[in-house]
Design a protein around this ligand. Structure first.
Ligand code: CP
Length: 308
């Protein structure tokens, strides 16, 4: 197979295993490209891409922009904080105005779950979800699986524990779908108040004790406590969260095996992850960031191939 089954990347849920393998294989080719002295290929020379961000971002936004430039696309960036959205313009009007300037693809981050799905139904362009509220963050899950495969040789058969604020995390949901489709076993771990009630229906193991989760897994994907999405208190204090769920070197030293530590960023150092782990040989956090560019190149390249 050399084409995706969809013209939009809205989430991992609706992708096939073949789509995922195609993206990971294509990303491996682009990883080789971005490590050459000349990091650019002409693949998207005739394509214009708008990065439309209604929520803050460092990694995803820079990574998409770099991926687009490495593919020789023309790039425009839009940030809602200094746009006419502040004057009341709607999402569809905003994007249609951008598209009338002959834009082919829209990469969008939005705080509302489903916003990219709505856009895909209402505008004529390839839409890429760069994170929609607490719903999905598909390119993060793809780069996470790519990084596991790169480190451990395969995703199939691996045990991955996703630890932390699962309730508010779009990274968790996309990772669960992606890892399961690629044949990994998935566990979620966190305080009961930060685990969605429906979580067991997704076919994941649930563990409240972080030591048991670490003992079980090959890979721990540690998630940020998303205080900006928490309107009520889900645990007594950050200090207490860190005491019971924070991952530090002492905890890893108690295990009778090596594990790989991942984090999508941004890290709350000293809360969910201590620096003695984040910056240690166990961590592949910066590899994840580097792989993000190759994975996003693959996604954009493959979506461009679905046009017309
Ligand atoms: N991992 C991630 O989405 O980071 P940003 O919010 O900085 O884009």
């Amino acid at each position: 197979m050399s084409q995706l089954s969809t013209k939009h990347l809205l989430g991992i849920k609706n992708l096939t295993e073949e789509d995922l393998q195609l993206i990971l294989d294509t990303a491996a080719n682009f990883k080789e490209v971005i490590n050459r002295p000349i990091k650019k290929v002409p693949s998207l020379r005739d394509i214009t891409i708008a990065n439309v961000f209604f929520e803050n971002s460092t990694r995803t936004r820079l990574s998409f922009e770099l991926a687009e430039k490495r593919l020789s696309a023309d790039v425009v960036n839009f940030s809602s904080s200094n746009s006419s959205v502040k004057k009341g313009e709607t999402l569809v009007d905003t994007v249609n105005n951008i598209l009338s300037m002959k834009v082919d693809m829209v990469v969008m981050r939005h705080s509302s779950p489903g916003a990219p799905h709505f856009l895909a139904r209402n505008v004529n362009a390839n839409i890429v979800n760069a994170g929609d509220g607490t719903h999905e963050h598909p390119t993060q899950a793809l780069l996470d699986s790519y990084s596991i495969k790169e480190k451990l040789g395969d995703v199939a058969g691996k045990k991955v524990a996703i630890i932390g604020d699962i309730l508010h995390s779009r990274v968790a949901l996309s990772n669960i779908f992606c890892l399961q489709k690629l044949g990994a076993e998935v566990m979620v771990c966190g305080p009961i108040t930060l685990l969605p009630k429906y979580i067991e229906s997704l076919g994941v193991k649930v563990e409240l004790d972080v030591k048991k989760a670490l003992q079980w897994c090959d890979v721990a994907n540690v998630l940020r406590i998303q205080l900006e999405r928490q309107q009520i208190k889900y645990f007594p204090s950050l200090r207490e969260y860190s005491l019971y769920y924070g991952i530090n070197k002492k905890l890893l030293n108690q295990l009778d095996k090596e594990i790989v530590i991942m984090h999508p960023g941004p890290i709350n150092r000293g809360v969910e992850l201590n620096s003695d782990v984040a910056d240690s040989e166990h961590s592949i956090i910066l590899d994840q960031v580097q792989n993000g560019v190759a994975v996003r190149m693959a996604v954009l390249y493959l979506l461009a191939g679905t046009k017309g």
